[in-house]
Design a protein around this ligand. Structure first.
Ligand code: F6R
Length: 267
């Protein structure tokens, strides 16, 4: 796991946006896996700015969102469909037919989940999966105890997740949808690269468990330790419970030096 610690959220956003920009310039038909929630909002804003100011082109990009609540219409102000329109899709040129978000109102959920998995495969697989992390270590809506091999399916949300999301539903837990369709942990693990973003002290414990704890279904994000290309990009606060902060910073500094040619004898 590569752990990149940045002083602030703004710098964390800049590093992650640069990774996606670089990948997109190399592969215009990039397949992006996307997350919702507060964490990636700055990343989407940064990518939208790159589109507007330097013409970063998303016209051949395909996207797959991680999850969507079950039982609310797409037009609901707090559906993930609405979230993506508001925070990203309205500001870039990804063709509508290339954007995929689990369909919360599908009656044939099982069939829908299989089709969603098949669509990812048909697109050539996800090149970069953007992930946030729940305070309990969830990724997507794969709550603790989710199978580490799980595929896209319906999950029941934990009380903690319902409480975390209550502010979006008028402040009452009762109003929060109790289930969601989510890519599985196994689905996420098939992405060629994962970018796990986290900021703030409230994520410090989850990050410490995910990065330095044992691999366990109790902390679904910990399975990313088995992923060959996961980059964890966090601010100092989210890094505050990690044991190896100095080492991660040294690794990153060395990598930058290596990439800029600083290690080579130029004589
Ligand atoms: C949402 C998702 C969730 C969030 C996580 C963190 O699509 O996949 O796993 O990433 O709940 O949410 P925030 O960023 O709001 O703290």
């Amino acid at each position: 796991m590569e752990v990149i610690i940045q002083p602030t959220y703004a710098q964390l956003v800049a590093v992650s946006a640069e990774i996606i920009r670089g990948a997109l310039l190399k592969k215009p038909n990039l397949v992006l896996g996307l997350a919702t929630g507060s964490t990636p909002i700055g990343l989407y804003e940064a990518l939208a700015r790159m589109h507007k100011t330097e013409g970063l082109d998303f016209s051949a990009v395909t996207t797959f969102n991680l999850d969507e609540y079950v039982g609310i219409p797409r037009s609901h102000p707090y559906s993930y469909h609405t979230f993506m329109e508001t925070h990203f899709f309205n500001a870039v040129n990804i063709p509508a037919e290339n954007r995929h978000i689990p369909q919360s109102t599908a009656v044939e959920h099982e069939e829908f989940c299989e089709l969603y998995e098949a669509a990812i495969v048909n697109a050539g697989g996800i090149d970069i999966q953007v992930l946030g992390i729940g305070k309990d270590g969830h990724i997507g809506f794969n709550e603790p105890s989710s199978s580490l091999g799980s595929r896209t399916r319906i999950k029941t949300l934990t009380q903690g997740t319902l409480e975390a999301n209550a502010p979006h539903f008028g402040g009452t837990v009762d109003a929060v949808p109790k289930m969601a369709i989510t890519m599985g942990v196994g689905t996420i693990m098939e992405a060629k690269q994962c970018l796990l973003l986290a900021n703030g002290e409230s994520k410090a414990e989850a990050i410490a468990h995910a990065v330095e704890g044992p691999i366990t279904a109790e902390v679904p994000a910990s399975v990313l330790q088995m992923h060959p290309r996961t980059v964890v990009i966090i601010d100092e606060e989210a890094a505050s419970q990690l044991k190896r902060v100095a080492y991660y910073k040294q690794v990153y500094a060395n990598k930058q030096k290596l990439l800029s040619g600083g290690y080579y004898d130029k004589s």
